[in-house]
Ligand binder design. Structure first.
Ligand code: PLP
Length: 418
């Protein structure tokens, strides 16, 4: 089945009353649904029943499909023998699950370039400044790990949700391994754009979300080494996670394996639709998808270079590999208002704000913490354009033209802007 997008031709009415095809350029927040995900849900619905909880044909079929999905998602990222594949709600949930299961006293090392989902869950965090280049990242990590006693884990993003830059995960994971520390990769923005292999990345754990991978039915996943997961406290206490329960409080034997952390009835349709996209991506020419995305990225960056007042932000240098995400600083402009007009007057969906990466947004905009949260007056606010499967040249040209028009209009309307 092709990886067509459901709703690719969605018409939307503009403020002017005209109707245009919606240009969805906010894939980094949630990508649209791919046809195989929708088809998998449609196919399974007549059979839908409880997973691991019944003897009838619906339940046995549902259980089989759920476990097949686990295998498919694991295969998609190169899960190794001994890795657990645990279904979660999303990346945030997956990383919190791992944080919860870490052995007592584990220290976590993380850069300030992370999404809050990979910044906030960790116990005993050592936070390192967002580095100016991969060499600095490796040096900072090396020095930080040198000072740590006991178990340690390094948490890093595969690709930045703000700059789109692909982080040098393998190199950093090698540094971590040299210090006997483990590495967890937040692949929320990497997996939708690049083939991911845990061994190649040097990842002990990997997390990602279905809704960013064209499967918006509420599943995410944590894949990785079983020992800490089996030794950790169950993430959700209840049915499914417990093997035997006695008559007195505390008399409970917890199960091991993925079920230990999947208490309650699982999200079968989320898991199956996520697996369907994983299978479809594996069966397609990912090099061709990558090349097409890079073509769109070049087109976007070339177009934006001519938009006066729009400054793409980066941590690393211009030539650094990146996925289909570009964020712009618009110094002196009300970024939220520009994004609102792109939507209402041009039928283009982008995102404004700090994208749940406040320390990184401040670093990239040279602002301080006083700027606060996502809001119109926020000096650290950026405007993000992100794309993927189904994005057309026309989408890219439209956002460049609309942005140029809106920035020019703002410049005329705002005293002091030239
Ligand atoms: N990590 C990164 C890099 C992200 O971009 C996001 C979401 O934007 C997350 C984690 C959190 O994903 P979710 O909201 O699906 O939990």
């Amino acid at each position: 089945m092709t990886l067509d997008i459901v709703g690719a031709d969605l018409p939307v009415r503009l403020r002017s009353g005209a109707t245009v095809r919606f240009a969805h350029l906010d894939y980094a927040a949630s990508a649209p649904c791919a046809r195989p995900a929708a088809a998998a849900v449609e196919r399974l619905l007549p059979w839908y029943g409880s997973v691991h909880r019944g003897a009838g044909v619906r339940s046995s079929r549902s259980t089989l499909e759920y476990e097949r999905a686990r295998q498919a998602v694991g295969d998609f990222v190169g899960a190794r023998a001994g890795d657990a594949v645990v279904f979660t709600r999303n990346t945030t949930d997956a990383l919190n699950l791992l944080a919860h299961a870490l052995p007592a006293g584990t220290t976590t090392v993380v850069f300030d370039g992370e999404h809050h989902a990979n910044l906030l869950p960790w116990p005993n965090p050592v936070r390192l400044p967002a580095p100016p280049d991969p060499d600095a990242a490796a040096n900072l990590l090396d020095r930080a790990l040198d000072r740590i006693e006991g178990p340690a884990i390094f948490a890093v993003t595969g690709a930045s949700n703000v700059t789109g830059e692909v982080w040098p995960v393998r190199r950093l994971a090698d540094v971590a391994r040299a210090h006997h520390a483990r590495t967890v990769v937040d692949a929320a923005q990497l997996a939708p754009h690049r083939a991911v292999d845990m061994a190649e990345l040097g990842a002990d754990y990997l997390a990602f979300s279905g809704h960013k991978l064209y499967a918006p039915f509420g599943a995410g996943v944590l894949v990785g080494r079983s020992d800490w997961l089996d030794g950790g406290e169950p993430y959700l206490r209840g049915g499914g996670a417990s093997a035997a329960v006695g008559d007195h409080p505390g008399e409970v034997t917890w199960t091991t394996g993925p079920a230990r952390h999947e208490g309650g009835t699982p999200n079968l349709l989320g898991a199956v639709s996520l697996a369907a996209v994983c299978d479809a991506l594996t069966g397609t020419d990912r090099d061709a998808i990558h090349e097409r995305e890079q073509e769109l990225l070049r087109r976007l960056r070339a177009g934006l270079a001519a938009v006066r007042g729009a400054v793409p932000v980066s941590l690393f240098d211009d030539a650094h590999p990146r996925v289909g995400i570009v964020s712009l600083a618009l110094p002196g402009y009300d970024v939220a208002a520009v994004a609102e007009r792109l939507g209402a007057d041009h039928g283009i969906g982008v995102r404004a704000g700090q994208f749940c990466a406040h320390p990184l947004a401040r670093r990239l905009t040279g602002t301080t913490a006083a700027g606060g949260a996502d809001c119109a007056a926020d000096p650290a606010a950026l405007l993000r354009i992100s794309f993927g499967l189904g994005t057309t040249d026309d989408d890219i040209d439209r956002v460049v033209a609309a942005l140029a028009a809106e920035v020019a209009a703002d410049r005329e309307g705002v005293p002091g802007l030239t």
